[in-house]
Ligand binder design. Sequence first.
Ligand code: UN1
Length: 501
Amino acid sequence: MTNQTQDLLSALGVPAAAYTGGTLNVRSPIDGAVLGAVHEASAAEMTAAVGRAHAAFLEWRTVPAPKRGELVRLFGEELRAHKAALARLVSLEAGKVTSEGEGEVQEMIDICDFAVGLSRQLHGLTIASERPGHRMMEQYLPLGVVGIISAFNFPVAVWAWNSALALVCGDSCLWKPSEKTPLTALATQALFEKAVARYEGAPAYLSQVLNGGAAVGEAMVDDARVALVSATGSTRMGRAVGPRVAARFGRCLLELGGNNAIIVTPSADLDLAVRGILFGAYGTAGQRCTTTRRVIAHESIHDELVARLDRARAQLKIGSPVEAGNLIGPLIDKQAFDAMQAALAAAREQGGEVSGGDRALAAQYPEAWYAAPALVRMPAQTAIVRHETFAPILYTLKYKTLDEAIALQNDVPQGLSSAIFTNNIREAETFMSAAGSDCGIANVNIGTSGAEIGGAFGGEKETGGGRESGSDAWKAYMRRTTNTVNYSRSLPLAQGVKFDI
Ligand code: UN1
């Protein structure tokens, strides 16, 4: 693993000094091998980096947006050229199976393409003025430094959602990656620098990556020159970051926990539902914020569906994510495995009947943490079901009426993703309506995870309310000005107010 990682890093343009001799040890979740020792930045280094990022912003904001898009286009080319190597590094460092590692890099390429098109469409409205000889319009202008905090489970794609948009919007970027995945961040930064080298007129320090722990993050979060903090991770992290940014009236974009459910109704195509639920619950070893954590099945089909899920669950191939055929890779670390075991113990105490969930491949990989996917038949939506455990645990529940199913689906603190499997248009539309799912994502006949970049991504309640990626999520990375222009020879006041002098 270690040699392979070093070969990949050097192919991606990361100098050995960046990942040797530092204090942050990086371990592969595949076998526990040490992949590198990365330099950890101090809070003072972060503060200096914010200064450099701010200077870069002051230059970059005056470059025409389509010209800024050209840099993102070149970055997308680098990602295309290095897709296999970066994807492999994602697998080695985050434990994703090969096709999911490749999917992650594809997601970066897709958002670059989206951002390039967007660079010619950063438009505001013209608005009818109530006054003669006046024109009103709004403009979207560059915002400032964007601080990006990313999580281990999408170590590079979620950064790309933010930075591709921020760059075309005229902002500069600062990145504090997860301490568990600093190498993929260094590699991504190296690819970005290759694009910068091919581009005329990019200021230095448009994008910087600073590895380290909480102190580095806090220095970024508390710095008033960071106009927007976009943070992806746990609700606990969001609770720490959100109020600190709000205290200085900065902008925050939070993408936090999910507790995503799939409702399966009597008319559902069960073959489709089984496939959607299995990928949603167990893909990425249950470590997506969009992972399906709950199935709410109608009582008429519940037993059949759950029996099929349980049979298929037991067949899923667990093993090294870089060996062909395996679908379930490792958990990120021992802490994640322990949290999974604690959740299963709590589920048992709360009346759950657990299948699977044990440690797997311990003899082959004593230093890594593989687990058999778990399915837990629950008698009710108890406390543990309402809690997000970042592991492959699927809780199943029964319902009688659709209203009851929707109420159960919504009765959790999180509000990211949701889905219904049904062939009944009334059920589908009700689920998506004002009285339906309260999540940011509500799907019909597809699972809760694996969203495309074209839509806005994010959710409500404890998920944090932010929207990233497609649609008009770019507006979070710009500031809006409303301009009223008087081209007449008089000065009428709005609302008919008189002030004659
Ligand atoms: C995350 O887990 O933080 O919709 C993001 C999905 C992916 C993104 C997940 N496109 O599952």
